[in-house]
Design a binder for this molecule. Structure first.
Ligand code: MLT
Ligand code: MN
Ligand code: ZN
Length: 307
């Protein structure tokens, strides 16, 4: 099973269109060492031909242009994307759905009930796409494994996580189970497993248990510190306010690094969904070196894993 990172940036990507923070400025310099990053998405495939898109980034078209093998060209109109699975209804994970409107058949879309609800109300992409290709919705139930036609060797399981529904959701401050999920992605041939959670605000026993059983852990790398946006004067929001656990702990509470340190030896640990303010984006930063000392990698667009 192949897991490819199409986009390793958080909402806004790197550089973010209206940002002149140090990282965004450096990422605009061609040939520099801060690699630009598109907004958060992965693709998963058993056979390297058919792929499941996990989250549909607003940068989807650019991502597809960067990965020509995602156009298998078996027909005049074709795509390698067999289906889309959503982890939440945030703008950076769903607006790419609009870019697939030229499909010649309804788009198979897998998401939990609260996400499908947001996508029929506050951000009505599902009814809207009904005027184009149409969407074939499949309601995902947390804890109940599912697979996708054309990719039967892969099993997905949604694990509810504590994070945040989008700002436009009526449940922004009172999330329901399924508003935000992690995905367990099992290769049924090898018995190997990946864990993917681009948004994770707080650890709990279920989520930690799911991470512990995975060979590859691809997890929320949004912020280095919980007050990063406040400290840079860019926002008044704490990481928890927008649904993310920072890498560094705060006030004696563990951060993402501390949790990743508890995973079994040999687990591949990679941070993704990285905000443009995060110092780990600079491969020469002390923060990046600290991650490496903990055996943690920083995702880049185009990275691929064999699971
Ligand atoms: C988030 O994860 O907090 C989102 O990236 C926010 C957004 O896309 O606006
Ligand atoms: Mn996001
Ligand atoms: Zn920036």
């Amino acid at each position: 099973m192949k897991i490819r990172i199409l986009g390793s940036g958080a909402g806004g990507g790197l550089p973010q269109w209206n940002c002149n923070c140090a990282n965004c400025r450096r990422a605009r310099q061609s040939g520099g060492d801060l690699l630009p990053r598109t907004q958060s998405s992965i693709a998963v495939s058993g056979n390297g031909v058919e792929w499941v898109l996990v989250n549909a980034s607003p940068d989807l078209l650019a991502q597809l242009r960067s990965h020509p093998d995602l156009q298998p060209a078996r027909a005049m109109r074709d795509s390698a994307i067999a289906a889309v699975v959503l982890c939440d209804a945030q703008i950076d994970h769903v607006t790419g759905l609009l870019m697939m409107r030229e499909r010649t058949s309804p788009l198979p879309l897998y998401a939990c009930a609260p996400v499908l609800d947001d996508l029929s109300t506050g951000l009505p992409l599902v009814p809207l796409l009904g005027h184009y290709c149409g969407v074939q919705t499949h309601m995902v139930v947390p804890g109940e494994p599912f697979s996708v036609a054309a990719c039967e060797g892969i099993r997905f399981t949604a694990i509810p996580v504590e994070s945040k529904p989008p700002p436009y959701s009526p449940r922004r401050e009172s999330a329901a189970p399924g508003d935000n999920i992690a995905l367990l992605i099992d290769n049924l041939d090898t018995g190997r497993r990946a864990f993917y959670a681009p948004g994770l605000a707080q650890m709990n026993a279920d989520v930690l248990g799911a991470m512990r059983g995975a060979d590859l852990v691809l997890v929320d790398g949004t912020f280095w510190t919980a007050t990063e946006m406040i400290d840079l004067g860019l926002s008044t929001k704490h990481a928890a306010d927008i649904g993310h656990l920072a890498q560094r702990g705060e006030d004696g509470r563990p951060g993402m690094i501390d949790w990743l340190d508890t995973l079994p030896r040999g687990t591949r640990k990679v941070l993704t969904h990285i905000n443009n303010t995060n110092p780990i984006l600079d491969p020469r930063s002390v923060e990046h070196a600290q991650l490496r000392a903990h055996g943690i990698d920083v995702a880049r667009d185009g990275m691929q894993f064999e699971v």
